[in-house]
Design a protein around this ligand. Sequence first.
Ligand SMILES: C[C@H](O)[C@H](O)[C@H]1CNC2=NC(N)=NC(=O)C2=N1
Length: 100
Amino acid sequence: MPPHPLTEAELAETVAGLPDWTYEHSRLTSTFRLPRPSVTPFLAAVAKAEDAANHHAVITLLYDKVSLALQTHDADNSVTVRDVALAREISLLARQHGSH
Ligand SMILES: C[C@H](O)[C@H](O)[C@H]1CNC2=NC(N)=NC(=O)C2=N1
């Protein structure tokens, strides 16, 4: 049973608690800048977290900038608690990998 799309009020509360992330076009988006040598370990850690959550982000890499977009396909491409949980984890991983 997929989770329900977050309501406007839930989204506002969520984004307030996710300083690295923005809500736009029905997705949570973020861009992290990392030391170049940390990019591969960071991406490996994100992939591991994705597979543990069975929830996957769209990831764009340009040298030391990693952009990510999260939405729940199983809930009509809306933002759900699954996106919020993975976003929190990715923010932590980014900090652990030297994001600035
Ligand atoms: C079959 C598989 O469990 C589903 O497709 C999972 C996998 N990863 C996913 N990732 C995202 N972002 N949204 C989903 O609804 C989703 N569903």
